[in-house]
Design a protein around this ligand. Structure first.
Ligand SMILES: [Zn+2]
Length: 475
């Protein structure tokens, strides 16, 4: 399938409707996803967003689009400054630690890297230029303390993404912190004049001594790397207001052009039925789960197997179910490697067509991955029945394998599957006999059996946990 025949539809937060996806440049997608604020280890709610975005990108690529993906790293804002001061280390050293941890995490989760990871601290000149344009055009003003604010009543479309009613706002009320709620919507800081609380974090610029606000960072970096108008902007639903609303206000006021065509937001993640919060004792970073011994690929599967616009309830039972699902996928591919049946008489070809259409239609429909996975597991059940009946031929199995590989480039959970080592019935019985002999302290028989097994290519190892075996590697 290629981009000409595919018809992908996304739910666009901007219009609150599902719309056919048409990129600005044919066959190409320019996409920006808000990245981590590198002030702590990212939690599983963050990774739900990053995994949804990974799935989105992989699906677009599967459909033949060339995707340019930019994800920023917020390495200066209220949180990072506070964090570095708490640890009493320079901001740069503080954020470098969490940036490194972030890249380790996404590697573990098999998230495909973005094309660019711009850092806020490397784009101060772009932010200054943007703020200067906003001042010149009358959308921004300097307050008495030297900070520069965006005048939201000057931008007539303010609220178009989050549907906030600006008429109810108090004129001239200001908010300087990066994060605030809809109820507090007011003029927000583009540039924050230095205060003693900022310590040694500041830039001496034409706008005065200070630092950027969080929202201007994403406007400046996205337009720098993707142009003034681009195709897709993603993020968690909690970023819709004020962050994304403010990005639109800043960018569109400066350029006079539409900033983004499709806004995609993923829903919240709950843990054990409630909002994840340290005070509830249900707050997990990815590292917390890895420490408990969970396979990151199982976590990946769990977090991406629910539709991104549905609230997702994370539970440890869910992780067990996900582990079983990943095992089923891997076992299926493993089993295919041994197929030597007489052929299904066209049945497999029909199943292959069906699963491609079903999986594709579900994913094209606003990335409906839960339906796509259901279609895939139905297909596997049917093929397994053919395997049970020994009718799947070698070449049919190869075709199924190739398709599973293509699907896995989207899902990223199967990976390379080795043919499972299996003992012959005879070897199994011999190992059992040897165990009996050992229990009876009949060492001569035990040794004789070991030698026999060795000749069969089975190597035994007696460990404190019992006997282990492995097959001799054939050269
Ligand atoms: Zn952002």
């Amino acid at each position: 399938m290629n981009t000409a025949t595919a018809s992908i539809r996304f739910f666009n937060t901007l219009t609150r409707r599902k719309e056919k996806f048409t990129p600005i440049d044919e066959g190409k997608v320019r996409m920006y996803t808000c990245g981590p604020t590198v002030y702590d280890y990212a939690h599983i709610g963050n990774y739900r967003a990053f995994l949804f975005e990974d799935l989105l990108k992989r699906w677009l690529e599967h459909r033949g689009f060339k995707v340019t993906h930019v994800m920023n790293l917020t390495d200066v804002d209220d949180k990072t400054i506070k964090g570095s001061q708490k640890q009493q280390i320079p901001l740069k050293q503080f954020t470098a630690h969490y940036t490194k941890a972030f890249f380790e995490d996404i590697t573990a989760l098999n998230i495909k890297p973005a094309d660019y990871y711009p850092k806020a601290t490397s784009h101060i000149p772009e932010m200054i230029a943007l703020i200067k344009t906003l001042i010149k055009k009358g959308y921004a003003y300097k307050s008495q303390d030297g900070s520069i604010y965006y005048a939201i009543n000057k931008f007539k479309n303010y609220g178009k993404l989050s549907h906030i009613k600006v008429a109810e706002l108090k004129a001239g009320a200001r908010v300087k912190t990066d994060e605030y709620t809809k109820e507090e919507a007011q003029d927000f800081a583009l540039w924050k004049a230095w205060t003693p609380e900022d310590g040694n974090v500041f830039w001496e610029t034409e706008l005065g001594k200070g630092r950027p606000g969080w929202h201007i960072e994403c406007s400046a970096m996205s337009m720098r790397h993707l142009g003034e108008t681009f195709d897709i902007h993603c993020g968690g639903i909690d970023n819709m207001f004020p962050h994304h609303e403010n990005e639109i206000a800043q960018s569109e006021a400066a350029t006079g052009k539409k900033f983004v065509n499709y806004w995609l937001h993923n829903e919240h993640l709950l843990v054990e039925g409630r909002k994840m919060a340290k005070k509830f004792g249900n707050f997990y970073t990815l590292r917390d789960l890895l420490k408990r011994g969970y396979d990151p690929i199982v976590i990946r599967y769990l977090l991406l197997s629910t539709h991104y616009r549905a609230q997702f309830n994370f539970t440890f039972e869910g992780l067990d179910v996900a582990r079983a699902a990943v095992e089923r996928l891997r076992n299926f591919v493993r089993r295919l490697q041994d197929a030597e049946g007489k052929g299904s008489g066209g049945k497999v070809a029909e199943l292959l067509r069906g699963v491609q259409v079903g999986f594709g239609e579900a994913m094209d429909d606003d990335l409906n991955v839960s339906v796509a996975l259901a279609v895939l597991f139905d297909f596997m059940r049917e093929v397994n029945a053919l395997l049970d009946a020994s009718v799947l031929s070698r070449s049919e199995a190869d075709e199924v394998c190739a398709l599973m590989k293509r699907f896995d480039r989207v899902l990223g959970v199967i990976g390379e599957v080795e043919r499972e080592e299996a003992l012959s019935k005879e070897a199994e019985e011999l190992i059992e006999k040897r165990e009996e002999a050992r229990k009876a302290k009949d060492w001569a028989t035990a040794d004789a059996i070991r030698v026999r097994l060795r000749a069969m290519g089975v190597i035994l190892e007696d460990t404190p946990q019992g006997v282990r075996w492995r097959l001799e590697k054939k050269a």
